[in-house]
Design a protein around this ligand. Structure first.
Ligand SMILES: Nc1nc2c(ncn2[C@@H]2O[C@H](COP(=O)(O)OP(=O)(O)OP(=O)(O)O)[C@@H](O)[C@H]2O)c(=O)[nH]1
Ligand SMILES: [Mg+2]
Length: 514
């Protein structure tokens, strides 16, 4: 019977033993060969490691969000963060508080400016007041500016306001005067994006209809804005501010810790007056007459939430953050790591580039066009009767079409998956319900029925004539229910290749616009 195996009986050990009778020279040669084999093996390991890293890198989906200013790019990005990286979203939410406060304060100040005009439009006999007007920009008392002539004043046909009402409104205006300084402070805190571009404040910044345009001759100096890359977004600034203020945290009656913030104190002090102003029928008439038009699509939403936003311990809700508006300046990169389980382990990480969409910004997009796998182009469907804020001569739908055309024809972007995201359907529906006639602004719509389905098909088809792409419709990107359904139905963030018809289809129509 065999006893315990001797070491040298083991086939492996035997293999590794030097050959019997090996000379010193042979030993030397064998060791050199072994070292060489080890070197080659290490090289192979290294190249395998690099291959694995490259493979991992490929799993980062690079996506660009493109479209004109206020088309909803940042809102779409926020919606994706909320849906697919909820823990990161929760951590980031608080940094939107100041933006939401600014959105509200700015709306109130615009209303106060409109009110000043409305009061000036009232016949002189009822205009005896002991109060001096307040400068819109400084918030300090000043000598009365020249009243606009009746022809200049958009509210000149609105009739007079009884003197008791006038006095009440003037007192409200006076009590809300501190909000002028709050606006200035919040803007300074949050940076460039807080100033919406207008023809007046744009100065001689060059405007580019497409990122591939040559510099127009209107300005010889380089654009301030296109060279900006916003490394430190307002969110980083807010986080830094919070860290600095951590020592002065205090408890509110509801037990929530809030940092000592003079802005919140002023807002809490003005809350009741803001609600009274907003609910006044004179103000509602001004709003109906377009007083808030310059403020974009979320102003009314925040004015309806004054009581919550003006609380000292206000924490933004998901929808508040989705509705918050701050202009994107430059190009900002966001990395979203999926926190949800995916059916297939592909593209767990997304690098999403959110760009500033104004005509001053478009040249800054080009460096980001290389190496990108997908483009989501935001084409708001409600803008057929609107003009660009930065260039009032240009219709917004015309601008959006021209931009889409340039993007889809660019040789740089031929390999990208292209997704056309038609959003703001809620705003289109509201316009049609108000009786706005599409053909007045878009004669080519001709005598088609002036309804949602017909216009959506019309615009979708027109865009797809320029280039084929997957088309998605979003009722309202800010509405959690509808837009969530839209995004998850389409599965864009899960795997864009799964979207029926995604990519450059040149051979058929998409169901959404058939
Ligand atoms: N009602 C409605 N509002 C929307 C929708 N999508 C975006 N908005 C609002 O439109 C405004 C502009 O949206 P943003 O996402 O900031 O636009 P943007 O394309 O990032 O604009 P820039 O940063 O200037 O290029 C915000 O107030 C949004 O809340 C939508 O589908 N419906
Ligand atoms: Mg943006």
């Amino acid at each position: 019977m065999r006893g315990l195996m001797h070491d040298t009986d083991d086939p492996l050990t035997r293999l590794l033993l030097p050959p019997p009778g090996e000379s010193e020279e042979e030993r030397e040669e064998r060791l050199t060969k072994e070292a060489e084999a080890q070197r080659v093996s290490d090289l192979i390991d290294e190249s395998l490691r690099a291959e694995r890293a490259a493979l991992k890198k490929q799993k980062v989906m690079k996506m660009l969000l493109l479209g004109q200013s206020e088309s909803g790019k940042t809102t779409t990005l926020k919606n994706m963060q909320l849906t697919y990286a909820p823990r990161a979203w929760e951590q980031e939410k608080a940094s939107w508080r100041a933006v939401i406060q600014l959105n509200l304060v700015r709306s109130i100040n615009v209303i106060l400016d409109a009110l000043a005009l409305r009061l000036a439009a009232t016949p002189a006999s009822s205009r005896k007041s002991s109060m001096s007007p307040i400068s819109p920009s400084s918030g300090r008392f000043m000598s009365p500016p020249p009243s606009p002539t009746l022809e200049d004043n958009p509210y000149s046909s609105m009739g007079s306001i009884p003197s008791e009402r006038r006095n009440h409104l003037l007192k409200l205006r006076l009590r809300l005067a501190p909000l002028r300084q709050v606006e200035v402070d919040l803007k300074a805190r949050l940076g460039d994006g807080t100033n919406e571009l207008t023809e007046l404040n744009i100065g001689s910044e060059p405007l580019f209809a497409s990122p591939f345009d040559d510099a127009p001759a209107i300005s010889s100096r380089p654009s301030k804005e296109v060279t900006v890359r916003s490394h430190q977004s307002f969110k980083d600034k807010e986080r830094d501010r919070k860290t600095k203020n951590r020592t002065s945290l205090r408890q509110t009656p509801t037990g929530v810790d809030v940092d000592r913030d003079p802005v919140s104190d002023v807002l809490a002090g003005c809350a009741d007056d803001m609600v009274t102003l907003w609910e006044d029928s004179v103000i509602q008439d001004l709003v109906d007459a377009g007083a808030l038009e310059s403020l974009g699509d979320s102003a009314k939403y925040f004015l309806r939430r004054i009581s919550d936003i003006a609380k000292r311990d206000y924490t933004p809700s998901d929808v508040d953050v989705l509705r918050a508006r701050i202009r994107t300046v430059g190009v900002q990169e966001y990395n979203i790591a999926f926190e949800i389980r995916l059916e297939r382990d592909i593209w767990r990480e997304w690098a999403i580039y959110d760009v500033g969409g104004a005509r001053t910004q478009r040249r800054a997009w080009v460096p980001y066009f290389s190496d990108v796998q997908a483009i989501v182009f935001l084409a708001p469907i409600s803008v057929f009767d609107e003009r660009l804020a930065e260039d009032r001569k240009i219709n917004r739908l015309q601008d959006s079409f021209a931009l889409w055309d340039a993007i889809t024809k660019s040789p740089l972007l031929q390999q990208c998956i292209l997704i056309l995201f038609m959003n703001k359907c809620d705003l289109l529906q509201q316009k049609l319900d108000r009786g706005v006639l599409v053909k007045t602004h878009l004669p080519s719509f001709a005598d088609r029925p002036n309804d949602f389905t017909n216009f959506t098909k019309f615009q979708g088809r027109a865009q797809l004539q320029l280039a084929q792409a997957a088309v998605l419709l979003a009722h309202d990107v800010c509405d959690r229910e509808s837009s969530f359904a839209c995004l998850s139905d389409s599965q864009i963030p899960l795997n864009v290749r799964d979207v029926p018809g995604a990519g450059r289809r040149r051979d058929g129509e998409n169901a959404a616009v058939r």
